[in-house]
Design a protein around this ligand. Structure first.
Ligand code: T46
Length: 136
């Protein structure tokens, strides 16, 4: 597991007919992929996220369009603009996230290290800070 959130370049194969971006379990995606989901049709001005995960690792890609991912470790905050399918954002566990500024027709593609598990969510910010305090 990597210990910090960071943007990572996605290798692609390009020719006159277009490009193929490739994501595999590797140093690039440092976990076994157990789930892939995508968020689309986000109404203008809507925000998603507002939670953290205790164990889940993710790799987030703007497959189309753009959006902003704000991450909060409980002590530091960082903001990432995802606007290209050639770059992804690795997100380790324990990061509060807010997703905003979705462009029209944007598609947020997410590779995840576990299947969906509501018990892994921290949906209350004060509980998140308390969890960070107990796990740091
Ligand atoms: C994150 C962003 C990018 C499922 O049933 N299965 C799933 O795999 C997921 C992800 C969600 N759901 C259900 C659970 C909720 O009833 O869909 C509803 C909305 O889910 P959630 O609150 O997780 O949606 P987002 O878009 O706020 O957040 C998700 C990820 O959870 C989050 O970690 O980074 O996508």
């Amino acid at each position: 597991m990597a210990d910090k959130a960071e943007l990572r370049a996605i290798p692609s194969v390009a020719n006159a007919l277009g490009s193929i971006g490739v994501l595999e379990d590797s140093a690039l995606v440092p976990f076994t992929i157990h789930r892939v989901y995508f968020i689309y049709d986000v109404p203008e001005g809507s925000e998603r996220g507002s939670h953290a995960h205790k164990k889940l690792e993710q790799f987030i890609v703007a497959a189309s369009g753009s959006f902003t991912v704000e991450l909060d470790s409980g002590t530091t905050k960082e903001s990432f603009v995802l606007d290209s399918p050639s770059v992804g954002l690795y997100v380790p566990p324990g990061m509060w996230r807010d997703l905003k500024d979705f462009s029209p027709n944007s598609v947020c593609l997410v590779l995840a290290s576990t299947k969906y598990d509501e018990a892994d969510y921290l949906r209350n910010y004060d509980e998140f800070l308390s969890w960070v305090g107990q796990n740091s």
